[in-house]
Ligand binder design. Structure first.
Ligand code: SAM
Length: 348
């Protein structure tokens, strides 16, 4: 955010927050600038593990699951309009009548559309526009508009076209991702022993692995978005599955796996971040047994070849389409062999 938007609202635009009581911030990020609000009044919420960890390290009071009642609530919008409207509904319902609800976000994330929807339900709405974004706020009415119940329901996971529970804001919420579908078609009993899914989402890929291979003894799902992980838990009845709310890039575990499956994330927010996918590949190599294998699908244009070559002694393309590449990488290199590999490549 936004700091400046909040400060402008407080300093120049007549925003007056109740002078006592806690202030909830939903989908708070570590960029949240709380200048103008005493830190001890803030209750921050974010179910995305990397943000949660960053806020926790900054000593904020932070939780993954939203709960409680507040004098003031603020929503940082997400790129999913339905998820954002759900968050606005949740925040408004949890705010005391007469309290203030604030909504903040960038134009590129759709703040104008959210503002339009809110204007249809709440009057008056005050707005500060700055730094390619907007902060707007309204007073929580005594009686809540009926439409708010509908908005709130967007956050509840529902069955999608693949027959799995998912909700707006999660990765590919409406259907199985085509990249994951391509990878899963290669799964059979060769996928065996102890397996990890890095970036498991609402669990489609992991469930396919379990359905297609009886040779799997355990499948650990690692996912940063807690709401998606909870959907995965509801979607996968198989007792071989275990669920971990974790930031894969920071994963620090002693477990070693026979196989890792992954359709790694390649962007956070709007910006493409191939480094995040590369961090997943490096982590996969680190948590595999010496004979372990990484089964990976990625968008074709993503430059993962060099990190794969740095981390694995054998790399075999299994399939390539117009959009995706499916890769089987074997014989993970240890830290020191990896350094040698990197140095020899740079020397060439
Ligand atoms: C491309 S999706 C794949 C989801 C699922 N495996 C599938 O096939 O449908 C990547 C997933 O990685 C998750 N993710 C993003 N950053 C992460 C991180 N640092 N640690 C763990 N998971 C992360 C995203 O929330 C998303 O669910």
């Amino acid at each position: 955010m936004t700091a400046s938007r909040l400060n402008i609202a407080l300093d120049q635009d007549g925003l007056v927050l109740p002078d006592s009581g806690h202030i909830a911030v939903l989908r708070a990020t570590s960029q949240f600038d709380h200048n103008g609000i005493a830190r001890q009044r803030l209750r921050l919420f974010n179910s995305f593990r990397p943000e949660f960890d960053r806020l926790d390290a900054l000593d904020f009071t932070v939780a993954a699951d939203f709960s409680g009642h507040y004098a003031t609530s603020m929503v940082e919008i997400t790129r999913s309009k339905a998820e954002t409207l759900g968050l606005v509904a949740m925040a408004t319902m949890a705010t005391d009548p007469g309290g203030i609800v604030l909504v903040d976000g960038a134009k590129t994330d759709g703040i104008d559309s959210v503002l339009k929807h809110c204007k249809a339900l709440f009057q008056p709405i005050s707005v500060v526009a700055k730094s390619h974004g907007k902060l707007f706020w309204f007073t929580r009415p005594e009686n809540l508009p009926l439409a708010l119940t509908e908005w709130r329901a967007y956050l509840t996971a529902k069955r999608n076209s693949a027959g799995y529970l998912s909700a707006p804001g999660m990765f590919s919420p409406d259907k199985a991702d085509p990249g994951s579908t391509l990878l899963a078609a290669h799964f059979d009993d060769r996928l065996a022993g102890e397996v990890a899914d890095l970036g498991a989402g609402w669990g489609w890929l992991a469930d396919q692995a379990l359905q297609r291979s009886d040779a799997i003894s355990r499948l650990d799902l690692y996912e940063a978005e807690k709401t998606a992980l909870e959907a995965a838990r509801a979607n996968i009845a198989d007792t071989r599955a275990e669920f971990h709310w974790a930031d894969v890039a920071k994963l620090d575990i002693t477990a070693r796996y026979d196989a890792v499956i992954s359709n790694p994330p390649f962007h956070q927010g709007r910006a493409a971040e191939p480094d995040l996918g590369a961090a997943f590949i490096t982590k996969a190599a680190a948590i595999l047994k010496p004979k372990g294998q990484l089964w990976l699908v990625a968008n074709r244009q993503l430059p993962y070849e060099s990190v794969l070559a740095e981390c694995f002694a054998a790399i075999r393309p299994l399939e390539e389409t117009h959009h995706f590449k499916v890769i089987l990488a074997s014989r993970p290199l240890s830290g020191s062999s990896r350094r040698l590999q990197r140095n020899s490549r740079h020397a060439r």
